[in-house]
Write a protein that binds this ligand. Structure first.
Ligand SMILES: C[S@@+](CC[C@H](N)C(=O)[O-])C[C@H]1O[C@@H](n2cnc3c(N)ncnc32)[C@H](O)[C@@H]1O
Length: 301
């Protein structure tokens, strides 16, 4: 597998000068992002959700499909399929109930909706503009009859959702755009909506050096920071090594309720407690895959 430089600090002046010298065509787009960042930051005054909602409004108005980080239709399809294949490879089954946090324009969501039983897919997002694009995807794919729930949210407290409801919670390329306060809020509440035995998979920008951010848009975390934060909220996190072999620049973690995590690889059925009904089936971790490989500078998110 090609090795990635996981210690560089992309916010440092030295990195930016070096990067600009090596990629002169990316200077103008970066300066446009810088101007946008300054403008939106001034208007939203430290409210990250309002900030990122404005980013999505701007991106969606330019390209409703590309706004989620894949500029071409071909890459949009490929990134959606990669997410879908990964979760089905990890045992997602049609009768599971799934919550997708930051569902965007259903790049992967339309595949999950098609695969899952009617009404089993719930997508939430902070951006009304991207949810309109999601509705268009639903119509384009002829999936209206699957009756997915697509809901706008203002935070990640998940208050409109019931306890123990979801076998799989999924957030692809959302924490890569989130400050730690947003991730903390999500960890605090996600355990409540996870069904017994369920798990929450999320991707993030990994650094093994100094944690940093580029503008207010891209955040880089050490896995140990996220694992420790999960622990605070009674969740156990682990790095998903098989995701690292795929051609995607972010890393992936899986969290479960800490008491459930210990028995993950057990072949025996999970223990039933008075408070928690037994899950409909025990989940076993699949063998490692060795298919596509991660490339050092895959641009999509
Ligand atoms: C890069 S896109 C990825 C969309 C989708 N997960 C996919 O892979 O196609 C990130 C999405 O997360 C949403 N988002 C960002 N921060 C969020 C938050 N705190 N809560 C919910 N959605 C959020 C954005 O509006 C955007 O639609």
């Amino acid at each position: 597998m090609p090795t990635r430089n996981r210690t560089r600090n992309r916010s440092s002046l030295a990195h930016q000068v070096r990067y600009a010298t090596q990629h002169p065509t990316r200077i103008a787009p970066y300066l446009r992002r810088l101007a946008r960042d300054w403008n939106i930051r001034r208007r939203t005054r430290g409210d990250h959700v309002a900030y990122y909602r404005a980013v999505m409004k701007s991106d969606t108005s330019r390209n409703p499909r590309g706004a989620v980080g894949t500029p071409t239709e071909q890459r949009w399809n490929a990134l959606g399929k990669m997410q879908f294949d990964y979760l089905t490879g990890h045992g997602l089954s049609p009768d599971d109930r799934m919550l997708e946090i930051g569902c965007g324009n259903l790049r992967a969501g339309h595949r999950f909706i098609d695969y899952l039983e009617s009404g089993h897919y719930h997508g939430v997002d902070i951006s009304p503009d991207i949810l309109l694009a999601a509705q268009q995807t639903l119509a384009d794919q002829g999936l209206q009859h699957k009756l997915p729930y697509l809901t706008i949210v203002g935070d990640l407290r998940l208050t409109h959702l019931p306890d123990d409801a979801f076998d799989v919670v999924h957030a692809h390329s959302v924490f890569s755009h989130s400050p730690l306060t947003v991730i903390d809020e999500c960890f605090r509440h996600v355990g409540r909506v996870l069904a017994p035995g369920g798990f929450f998979d999320f991707t993030y920008n990994r650094t093994d050096g100094e944690e940093h951010q580029v503008l207010n848009e891209d955040f880089y975390y050490r896995p140990s920071t996220l694992a420790a934060l999960a622990e605070v909220h009674g969740l156990h996190a682990r790095v998903m090594d098989d995701w690292e072999e795929l051609p995607h620049k972010q890393s992936k973690m899986r969290v479960r309720a800490a008491n459930a995590a210990e028995s993950v690889t057990d072949t025996a059925a999970p223990t039933q407690t008075a408070e928690q009904p037994a899950r409909k089936k025990p989940r076993k971790e699949p063998p490692r895959r060795t298919s596509a490989r991660k490339t050092p500078e895959t641009p999509d998110t």
